[in-house]
Write a protein that binds this ligand. Structure first.
Ligand code: C2E
Ligand code: MG
Ligand code: MG
Length: 415
């Protein structure tokens, strides 16, 4: 940087991270991973040694400094590096191809100190990952703005817990045979002080990324269990309470303890608690998912696969899971009765569940036709706007108090 100052030139700093390197380590072992790193480092080195420096700063992270180059030739050089990294590598008779994501920042425009410059290049690298990996992204000032927004949003989320801005809404799950509410899914909402109601789609991902999902998820579990017990204490017929568990929560060992505490604190019998885990999450690491599910099973709680049909379930694995329920994703329900494929998939999921001895529920049921089709196909329960939107505690209380009558749909007997 001093040299650049004295001769009025620029320095480019690139942050290079291999894509999915963990997969190589996990599937082929660390010694193959090490050899691969050496080969990749050699290739990068060949293309940097004449006009820059190379450092390995972490597992699969490299920093490249290119001196006295204008941005264009620097980008040209980085493309060459990217291509060199991606050339096939043969190790132990296996041909591997690894790609990399590169972020670039330039001194003095994108940072006045080495620390700032590294942070900028790092942000650009994340952008390259977001854009689908195997690419190069140049730092822009909007990236700082984005990161700043994220930081302040994270802070707001942290405050939200302390200021009790979260609430749970409850959406009924209805037994198609009796028309009665047999369960409620707890869905979190954020009453933001200036923005009004914020839905989970707008903050759960950030909570996951920052780890805040752990305390938030704990709050959800405690609140949901307490609520379910409160309904029972009022003398209402007991119903199941479904709580969504996100990826990070599911992977943490602490989940078992959190669930156990929520149950003992509230006094809720575990048979009334069901945890919803998404299909894609379970399939990501089958062995550890199964182990975790068995741990939860020993607590006596039920497990449901959420958004079923959207992931890539190994159907043979399904029968090894300690599951109670499959929850057909609403994308299959939305176009019933117009989409014959979706109808075929939906009834196939229902009969699969029946053969595996699992209960099956459809979510996102909005119309009478959809409900009727599901009843006729043998679906056990339905959830969706057709019966009710997710509602506040008060409204749900009233729905439970009137939970005796048959639902109009079911007065017309299914054929
Ligand atoms: P999900 O678990 O699949 O929840 C169902 C979503 O579908 C809810 O959206 C619900 O309001 C919506 N929905 C219900 N019936 C209908 C319908 O008939 N039509 C349509 N179009 N939509 C319907 P919501 O409340 O915005 O939640 C979105 C997602 O956020 C949930 O998807 C769940 O994955 C996540 N989420 C919600 N609460 C929590 C929570 O406490 N913890 C965690 N980790 N995730 C949560
Ligand atoms: Mg759910
Ligand atoms: Mg779902």
């Amino acid at each position: 940087m001093q040299t650049a100052d004295s001769i009025g030139s620029e320095v480019a700093l690139a942050f290079l991270d291999l894509d999915n390197f963990k997969l190589v380590n996990d599937s082929l072992g660390h010694s193959v991973g090490d050899q691969l790193l050496k080969i990749v480092a050699g290739r990068i080195c060949e293309l940097t040694s004449d006009q820059g420096s190379l450092a390995r700063i972490g597992g699969d992270e490299f920093v490249i400094i290119l001196e006295q180059m204008d941005l264009e030739s620097c980008l040209g050089r980085l493309s060459a590096i990217r291509e060199a990294v991606a050339r096939p590598i043969v190790l132990n008779d296996i041909e591997l191809r690894v790609t990399c994501s590169i972020g670039v920042a330039s001194y003095p425009n994108h940072g006045k100190t080495a620390g700032e410059l590294l942070a900028s290049a790092d942000m650009a690298m994340y952008r390259a990952k977001e854009l689908g990996r195997d690419g190069i992204a140049l730092f822009t000032s909007e990236m700082t703005a984005t990161v700043r927004r994220k930081l302040s949003r994270t802070d707001e989320l942290r405050q939200a817990l302390l200021r009790e801005e979260f609430v749970l809404h409850y959406q009924p799950q209805v037994d198609v045979q009796t028309g009665r509410i047999v369960a409620a899914e707890a869905l979190i909402r954020w009453n933001h002080p200036s923005e009004g109601r914020v839905y989970p789609g707008d903050f759960i991902a950030l909570a996951e990324e920052t780890g805040l999902i752990m305390p938030i998820g704990e709050w959800v579990l405690r609140t949901a269990c307490r609520q379910a017990k409160a309904w029972q204490d009022k003398g209402l017929d007991p119903i199941r309470i479904s709580v969504n568990v996100s990826a990070r929560q599911f992977q943490e060992k602490r989940l078992i303890e959190t669930v156990a505490t929520a149950l003992s604190e509230s006094g809720l019998d575990p048979i009334w608690l069901e945890l919803e885990i998404t299909e894609s999450l379970i399939m990501k690491d089958l062995a550890s998912s199964i182990a975790r599910m068995h741990e939860l099973e020993t607590l006596g709680v039920k497990l449901a696969v959420d958004d079923f049909g959207t992931g890539y379930s190994s159907l043979s694995a399904l029968k090894r899971f300690p599951l109670s329920r499959l929850k057909i994703d609403r994308s299959f329900i939305a176009d019933i009765p117009h989409d014959a494929d979706d109808m075929a998939i939906t009834s196939a999921i229902i009969s699969l569940a029946q053969k595996l001895g699992l209960q099956v529920i459809a979510e996102g049921v909005e119309t009478e036709e959809q409900a009727r089709f599901l009843v006729e196909s043998g679906c056990n329960e339905i959830q969706g706007y057709f019966y009710s939107r997710p509602v506040e505690e008060e409204r749900f209380n009233r729905m439970l108090e009137n939970n005796g009558g048959m639902h109009p749909l079911l007065q017309t007997q299914p054929s």
